[in-house]
Design a protein around this ligand. Structure first.
Ligand code: SF4
Ligand code: SF4
Length: 378
């Protein structure tokens, strides 16, 4: 480890200064803030907009803000949104054309984002999206240009929520590679501080502009221990089995009908998932017919039209659509993109209106496949 790689410590004012410095450097700083009774991701004008003193309680189909007993800034688990909405927007115009037949492609300069507060699970999700959208013969240039300009301030998680299971997916609670700066928040008798690690030249450059001091070895050790301890306090875990194999062997499981009896096919789970990437395109004209546009919109495999092939949809039942989502997410994603498509953020469980829990469904499928007790024979 070089001197430049040694951990540093910021105080609360230093965190606010971090937001100021990033704005001075021309970044649009996106971070957590309280709005509409939730912690959402939005553009920040200053560090005072961060959700200091707010936590959340989550359960299947439930998300509630709550006041914390301290002023922790990052003492909350994942909210309804993910960073996907900034890298892969829910809708965007691809091109427009006039009656003269001239086509104009959308080619505006990508925003220079600085993401503040990216958890390990969500950093892994950005990497997964990069594998999906940023590689291959035809990468999504809007996505790649935005991610190339991205500055990431990660947060090592010390307070997992009731629906978190990143530890069992290997994506947290410590932030993996891909950040410029990583913060570990600490509140103790010594005060409120953030142990900072810089992992890029850009990160080191920003840190140099902040009021900070070198971290004591004991502070670094305690911060690492807090993060390691968080791994044992996850509210959920994915069964420790070969999920790809389970999905393959569960194709005809009766459990899909069990899920379908509860699933509303509302698509919430795909909208909140930080890795679901599917889109459809839509052509529109104005009333004169002189102007046409093509728009890209997020799509969901829970929509009956998603599998429409000349003459009808392939997946007409809720059982087939839930099976498609889960089998792709946990199974065939490995074949397509070399990893699981799930990072264990728990959003799909909290924001499912009927509280369907992907870890629970995986456990039941596993019990079915091994002939153990399950609820499908009742
Ligand atoms: S499937 Fe659910 S838990 Fe997994 S990454 Fe998507 S939203 Fe998060
Ligand atoms: S699993 Fe839940 S969130 Fe997903 S489509 Fe079904 S009801 Fe909606």
């Amino acid at each position: 480890m070089t001197a430049a790689d040694a951990s540093a410590v910021l105080d609360r004012a230093g965190l606010d200064r971090l937001v100021e410095v990033l704005i001075e450097l021309g970044y649009r700083v996106i971070g957590p803030t309280v709005r509409d009774s939730a912690i959402v991701l939005a553009e920040l004008g200053s560090g005072t907009e961060l959700p200091a003193g707010w936590g959340v309680d989550t359960a299947p189909g439930m998300y509630r803000l709550r006041r914390r007993a301290d002023d922790a800034v990052f003492g909350h688990s994942a909210g309804p949104q993910s960073w996907k909405q900034f890298l892969h927007p829910a809708h965007r115009r691809l091109w427009s054309a006039g009656a003269d037949g001239v086509f104009v492609a959308e080619s505006s300069d990508p925003p220079r984002y600085a993401f503040l507060g990216v958890r390990g699970c969500d950093l892994a999700a950005i990497k997964i999206l990069s594998n999906v959208l940023g590689r291959g013969a035809h990468p999504d240039s809007s996505f790649t240009r935005t991610t190339e300009a991205l500055f990431v301030v990660a947060v090592n998680c010390t307070e997992p929520g009731g629906l978190c299971f990143c530890a069992s997916m290997g994506t947290g609670p410590a932030a993996g590679p891909g950040y410029d700066l990583a913060l570990t928040e600490r509140i103790d008798e010594g005060g409120h501080a953030f142990v900072v690690d810089a992992a890029s030249d850009a990160g080191r450059g920003v840190l140099a502009r902040l009021p900070h001091r070198a971290a004591e070895p004991a502070e670094v050790e305690t911060a690492r221990a807090d993060v390691a301890a968080a791994a044992g306090r996850m509210g959920r875990s994915m069964p420790d089995i070969d999920m790809r194999e389970l999905m393959l062997s569960s194709r005809e499981s009766p459990h899909w009908e069990n899920v379908a009896s509860r699933c509303l096919t509302c698509a919430n789970c795909t909208m909140v998932c930080p890795t679901c990437f599917c889109t459809s395109t839509e052509d529109v004209t104005d009333l004169t017919g002189d102007h046409a546009e093509r728009w890209q919109r997020w799509a969901s495999c829970f929509d009956v039209d998603f599998s429409y092939i000349h003459g009808g949809s392939v997946r007409t039942s809720a059982a087939s659509r839930y099976r498609q989502w889960m089998s792709h997410k946990l199974g065939t994603w490995h074949d397509q993109f070399g990893s699981s498509g799930c990072v264990g953020c728990g959003r799909c469980i909290a924001w499912c209106p009927v509280g369907i829990d992907i870890t629970e469904e995986a456990a039941r499928l596993s019990a079915n496949s091994t002939g153990g007790a399950d609820d499908d024979s009742e």
